[in-house]
Design a protein around this ligand. Structure first.
Ligand code: A5A
Length: 478
């Protein structure tokens, strides 16, 4: 992987393509000497900044950002029985301060319920304090035993956005779950990433939740990636951590809670879904540079061209476009290649002949070349950036639509999954049938109560037992 002379593998060889692209496009360096921990290059980190700013903007409408400690005392961590069962094999423990064994072992947060809720118990007093809607964006640690992969399955999740809300009733918490799904849908729509929202089967819900709604997307190889989850926690944690409030009649009541999370898997999906054989393709909304200007200064007109390129760059910046003027001493072709791999949505080529004609050549990363009038460049380029966004959205939706296939028998389901598709089946929701379906097809039941324009909400018969069943998504999951 140190050899940057070869070519990027084709995207159809997805895993090789993904790993190679991460360093070629300078997103992550995987050479850090601890398994499951990776390093952000500045270029990748800038993409992260734009993606997470969008998430912040959506949440800041009615949530508040906060920050809790990384270390959780053992006794707090061990309080909620289901939660411990779910996480105990994945927790890293801090046991020493220097050479001195600690009196109380400290967990590195795998998620922050047990850090946050003891404080909520102190903060929530009366119904007037509710609802509480706080979030934080932090690193969390999970000793994952499945194969680790950059941005997808990490042992240090560097970009864990977790929201934790408190409500007066179970129903209000239920409404917050719906609101969180709307926020996540809007977030992913802004990244042109199609999503399938469904309710996870009971055995796959978050440890300590009443139910879990998950957001999945279909990756280029047909595997599904869970890119967000929303959990209704009922009053399980409030009873454990004693989060109570006085209602309007002066009665003490346990509160109801939700939590929901997104990680840098959102960026893994962004890269994987939009990228192509030439490299990254970034939606303009989150592109580090939306436009790159490459001056073509062969011959005597060097100064003229550079001056015109600088002027164009300032005009575009003033119009709010993130623009990079590339004046490095390199062949134009090498620069094209450089910025293509890094996914810049629009390239402007400006040479002496273009200048004389009062034009600049605009080349879309998604395909297509147009000569643009220098006089009206900001408007035309803004319009082209919108077209690129729409191209990406249409392409990604098409991929999802063509990879979601109905399957009405176990054999057909297995065949559908083997071909790299995701299936819509009917399932009676009995655990035995679910396990039998999973075992026979090597797939995972992702969920029921599916919300996707591509999945009709019609009842059918369970493909395992032939009793009435609900539409259910089955995939091979990351
Ligand atoms: N407290 C709640 C929000 C929680 O922890 N939920 S969760 O366990 O489902 O994680 C939230 C999201 O983080 C998941 O939907 C998944 O997209 C992402 N995630 C979980 N484990 C991850 C890992 N090891 N590496 C990268 N992302 C991960």
């Amino acid at each position: 992987m140190d050899d940057d002379t070869g070519a990027l593998p084709l995207k159809e060889d997805f895993s090789a393509w993904y790993n190679d692209l991460l360093w070629r496009a300078e997103i992550m360096d995987v050479r850090y000497p601890v398994k499951g921990l990776y390093v952000w290059y500045p270029y990748g980190f800038a993409i992260r900044k734009f993606v997470y700013q969008r998430l912040r903007d959506l949440l800041d409408r009615d949530h508040q950002e906060t920050l809790f400690p990384l270390l959780i005392p053992e006794q707090e961590f061990m309080k909620e029985a289901e939660h411990i069962k779910g996480f105990e094999d994945e927790v890293y423990w801090v046991t020493h301060g220097g050479k001195t064994p600690l009196d109380v072992k400290l967990a590195l947060r795998p998620t922050s319920e047990t850090a946050i809720y003891p404080m909520y118990a102190l903060w929530v007093r009366s119904h007037a304090d509710l609802p509480i809607k706080y979030y934080q964006i932090v690193n969390t640690f999970r000793y994952e035993t499945k194969q680790t992969r950059p941005l997808i399955r990490l042992r240090e999740i560097t970009s864990f956005k977790e929201a934790h809300t408190v409500h007066a009733t179970w129903e209000e918490a239920g409404e917050q779950v719906e609101e969180a799904i709307r926020i996540y849908s809007e977030f992913y729509d802004g990244l042109c990433i199609p999503t399938i929202v469904s309710k996870r089967p009971d055995w796959d819900k978050f440890p300590g939740a009443d139910y879990t709604i998950a957001v999945d997307t279909i990756m280029p190889n047909g595997k599904t990636l869970q890119i967000g989850t929303v959990h209704h926690l009922g009053d399980h944690f409030s009873r454990t951590f004693n989060i109570t409030f006085e209602d309007k009649n002066g009665e003490r009541k346990f509160a109801y809670q939700t939590c929901y999370g997104i990680s840098e898997r959102s960026i893994a999906a962004l890269i994987s879904i939009h990228g192509d054989d030439k490299g990254l393709v970034l939606p303009p909304a989150v592109a580090t540079f939306q436009v790159v200007i490459v001056p073509i200064t062969i011959g005597t007109r060097h100064e003229d061209v550079i001056a015109a390129a600088q002027k164009l760059s300032s005009i575009l910046s003033a119009a709010g476009i993130r623009v990079k003027l590339d004046t490095r001493e390199m062949r134009p072709g090498a620069k094209y290649y450089w910025w293509e791999i890094r996914g810049v949505p629009l390239r402007l080529e400006l040479g002496p002949r273009d200048l004389d004609a009062g034009k600049v050549m605009a080349v879309k990363r998604t395909g297509g070349k147009t000569a643009v009038d220098l006089a009206t460049a900001p408007e035309e380029i803004t319009h082209m950036l919108c077209e690129i966004t729409e191209n990406l959205r249409a392409r990604a939706e098409d991929h999802t639509r063509t990879h979601l296939c109905p399957a009405n028998s176990i054999d057909f389901l297995k065949n559908t999954l083997d071909k790299g598709n995701v299936a819509v089946i009917h399932w009676c929701q009995d655990r035995g049938c679910g396990e039998s379906i999973e075992e026979q097809t090597n797939g995972s039941i992702l969920g029921t109560d599916v919300r996707s324009p591509y999945v009709p909400a019609v009842e059918g018969i369970c493909i395992a037992c032939k009793k009435p069943g609900k539409p259910t998504i089955v995939g091979r999951a990351y």
